[in-house]
Write a protein that binds this ligand. Structure first.
Ligand SMILES: [Zn+2]
Ligand SMILES: [Zn+2]
Length: 383
């Protein structure tokens, strides 16, 4: 009997863990000290921890500002208040609000769910309390673009959902789950693109796991150039599903090849910074573009240099390239766009155009993985 009760509790916990609300810090990068809240659809209840509740009708605007380490608000009709923390909760199931930062160049965001605001040193800490499924279409559009076939967006939705749940405790010490900036996943707010919203709904709750039901590190990038990179080469962290895969699907894209000139002087100073004496012809990067292979690292004069550090130092489009001397400069010829690990977006899009379904796309770029409901998946102890 006791055993059954604990099983029921465990199942409840598992499903709660899957679909619980998440808190996202809004405007995490610019951290404004004041914002405008507009009730776009439906009404909201403003809870002021000092004075109580206030009804915010559809169309009403509330200015919220940090002042003397308190949150001060003022409505259009002139109602004012100051509190240690404020929250706005939706009064209708379909309520929507817009948040606009003042004085910054952040675009405004339309959001679902509720909002909590409290003072943060020099700014406001603004948290949107919503669900992973509600914020997923916005994340997918920010990461995957607006245009593409349905199965491309389905694959991206499952990838983004996997990322959210794997990293749900990333800001645990800050008191929220995720931020809306590239540090976690860019969240532009609610979007209404039908193909994206439908792709998220059609895959609701689905995530990618390894054979032990652990959520995978769902890395992705723009274009692999014909062969994906292994995470062991790029990040020095190997996963059995982030291995190099030969990709025939992305060569149609303009991103699959590129060229860039860097000056010999910059290259030499990079080598010097690595403790390598520059100047000899053998000091260039020698990958052969005609063969399908990536070179992750190379030893020059006894020092190891990785392609990834060269990519970051010279802002190259990818870490798959070769160099040829061209007078005072060096021509870098490369393939692909991004770090090259995991799902290749151009390739995934093309697979979907050729009527391959999202599960086939995921199986291709993350070999040996499973797709399952978040209720049955587990989060690694230390992502
Ligand atoms: Zn973050
Ligand atoms: Zn590719």
């Amino acid at each position: 009997m006791k055993r059954r009760a604990s099983l029921v509790i465990l199942l409840l916990l598992a499903s709660l863990a899957g679909y619980a609300q998440i808190s996202i810090r809004i405007f995490a990068r610019t951290r404004p000290a004041s914002v405008f809240f507009t009730a776009d659809r439906g009404h909201y209840i403003l809870h002021d921890d000092a004075a109580g509740e206030l009804k915010i009708m559809q169309g009403d605007i509330v200015a919220v500002t940090l002042f003397n380490n308190r949150v001060v608000y003022r409505t259009l009709s002139g109602t004012m208040g100051a509190a240690d923390s404020l929250s706005f909760t939706p009064g209708d199931p379909n309520s929507l609000f817009t948040l606009r930062a003042t004085g910054g160049n952040e675009p405004q965001k339309t959001l679902e769910g509720s909002l909590r605001v409290k003072p943060f040193p020099g700014s406001l800490q603004i948290l949107n309390i919503t669900t992973a499924e509600n914020c997923l279409p916005g994340v997918v559009r920010a990461e995957a673009g607006k245009y593409g076939p349905s199965d491309y967006f389905r694959a991206q939705a499952v990838v983004a959902r996997t990322y959210i749940y794997r990293n749900i405790n990333r800001h645990e010490l800050d008191g929220y789950n995720m931020c809306d900036d590239i540090h976690c996943q860019v969240y532009p707010g609610v979007v209404t693109d039908t193909v994206i919203v439908n792709a998220c709904r059609a895959t609701a709750g689905k995530v990618i796991t390894d054979r032990d039901s652990l959520l995978i590190e769902a890395a992705f990038h723009g274009n692999c150039g014909g062969m994906t990179a292994s995470s062991a080469d790029v990040w020095l962290a190997g996963y059995p599903y982030l291995v190099s895969v030969k990709d025939p699907w992305c060569s149609y894209s303009a991103s699959s090849t590129w060229k860039k000139n860097i000056s010999r002087k910059e290259w030499n100073s990079f080598l010097s910074s690595k403790g390598i004496t520059p100047g000899t012809a053998g000091n260039l990067w020698p990958a052969q573009q005609s063969t399908i292979s990536r070179i992750a690292s190379r030893t020059i004069n006894g020092k190891t240099v990785t392609a990834e550090e060269i990519r970051l130092r010279f802002a190259l489009r990818s870490s798959w390239f070769s160099m040829t001397p061209a007078g005072d400069s060096i021509t870098v010829s490369g393939r692909g766009y991004g770090h090259g690990v995991g799902l290749c977006q151009d390739g995934a899009k093309h697979m979907a155009e050729k009527k391959l379904t999202y599960d086939r796309i995921i199986a291709f770029y993350y070999p040996g993985t499973l797709i399952m409901d978040i209720k049955n998946a587990r989060r690694p102890a230390r992502p």
